[in-house]
Design a protein. Sequence first.
Length: 217
Amino acid sequence: MPQYFPRNANAFAKWLVLGGSVFVVALMIALAFYARVTNNAVGVPVDQPVAFQHNLHAEQLGIDCRYCHTSVEVEATASVPPTETCMTCHSQIRVGDPQLAAVQASWDTGTPIEWNRVHDLADYVYFNHSAHINSGVGCSDCHGSVQEMAEIWKNEPLTMGWCLECHKAPEEYLRPRSEVFNMEYERPSDQAALGTELVEAYHVNTEKLPQCSTCHR
Ligand code: HEC
Ligand code: HEC
Ligand code: HEC
Ligand code: HEC
Ligand code: HEC
C-alpha cells in the first residue's frame, strides 16, 4: 500500500486531537470565567471605588432617584451621576473626609470615578428604562429594595426567562405611574383588576411584548 502520509503523521494527528481538546477545555474555562466577571451574582454586593451608600442618600437623606439617575424616565439608560452631582453637596459637606478622598480627587483632576457595573446585560439584548417607567413598572420590581442597600447587588437574575415572566403577563405587575419611584410599594389585593386597567390606560402592547424582536433587534 502506498504511503500517503509521512511516518510520523499518526503521532502528529494524536497531538492535534489532544491539543484540540485542551484548547476546547481552556476555552470553556475562559468563557465560564468571563461570564463570572461580567455577570455579578444575584444577592452579592458589588464593591465600589467610593463607599457610596444608597441607604444613607436615598432613604435617610430622602434624595430622589432622579436627582442622580437623571435620564431614567426619558432614555434607554438610567445613567450613573458624574462627580459634579456629588459635589453639589460635598463641596460643603464632609470636606476633607477620607471617605470622600476619591470623590475630591476625581473633581480636582477631572477624571470620572470608575464605578463598577452591577447590572450588565449581554450586548445582544436591547433594554430601555423609559419604556418601563412610563408603563408603570417600578424600580423595585427589577432592582429590589435599593433604598436599604449600602453597596448595591443585583436583585434578580436578569435572564430571558425572568424578563418573559412579566412580558407574558404584565397585568400582574403594573402599578400607577405615580408609584414607580415608591420603593415601599406593595401590590394591592385587586392587582388583577388594576393591572388590566393599567395595560389599557398605558397602551401596553401585550402582543408585541413576548416577541423575540422586542428584545433582540
Ligand atoms: C446621590 C446620588 C444617588 C441617588 C439619590 C440614587 N443613586 Fe443609584 N447610584 C448612584 C451611584 C453613584 C451609583 C453607582 C455606584 C453604585 O453602584 O453604588 C448608583 C447605582 C445604582 C444602581 C446600580 C447600577 C448598576 O451598576 O447596575 C441602581 C440599580 C440604582 N443606583 C438605583 C437607584 C434607585 C432605585 C434610587 C432611588 C431609590 C437611587 N439609585 C438613588 C447614585 C445615586
Ligand atoms: C443632596 C446632598 C448630597 C449629594 C448629592 C451627595 N451626598 Fe454624599 N452625603 C451627604 C450627606 C448629608 C452625608 C452624611 C453626612 C454625615 O452624616 O456626616 C453624605 C455622606 C457621604 C459619604 C460618607 C458616608 C459615611 O460612611 O459616613 C460618602 C462616601 C458620600 N456621601 C458619597 C457621595 C457620592 C459619591 C455622591 C455622588 C454620587 C454623593 N455622596 C452625593 C449628602 C449628599
Ligand atoms: C424592567 C426592569 C427594570 C426597571 C423597572 C428599572 N430597571 Fe434599572 N436596570 C435594569 C436592567 C436590565 C439594567 C441593565 C441594563 C443594561 O445592562 O443594559 C438596569 C440598569 C440600571 C442602572 C445602571 C445604569 C444603566 O442605565 O445601565 C441604573 C442606575 C438603574 N438601572 C436605575 C434604575 C432606576 C432608578 C429605576 C426606577 C426609576 C430603574 N432602574 C428601573 C432593569 C430595570
Ligand atoms: C415587571 C414587568 C417587566 C419586566 C420584569 C421586564 N419588562 Fe420589559 N416591558 C414591560 C412593559 C410593561 C413594557 C412596555 C410595553 C409597551 O409599552 O407596549 C416593556 C417594554 C420593553 C421593551 C420595549 C421598549 C421599546 O422601546 O420598544 C423592551 C426592549 C423590554 N421591555 C426589554 C426587557 C428586558 C430585556 C427585560 C429583562 C431584563 C424586561 N424587559 C423586563 C414590562 C417588563
Ligand atoms: C423580554 C425580553 C426578551 C425576549 C422577548 C426574548 N429574549 Fe432572548 N434573551 C433575553 C435576555 C435578557 C437574555 C439573556 C442575556 C444575558 O444573559 O445577559 C436572552 C438570551 C437569549 C439567547 C442566548 C442564550 C440564552 O438562553 O441565554 C437566545 C438564543 C435568545 N435569547 C433567543 C430568543 C428568542 C428566539 C426569542 C423569541 C422566542 C427571545 N429570545 C425573546 C431577553 C429576551
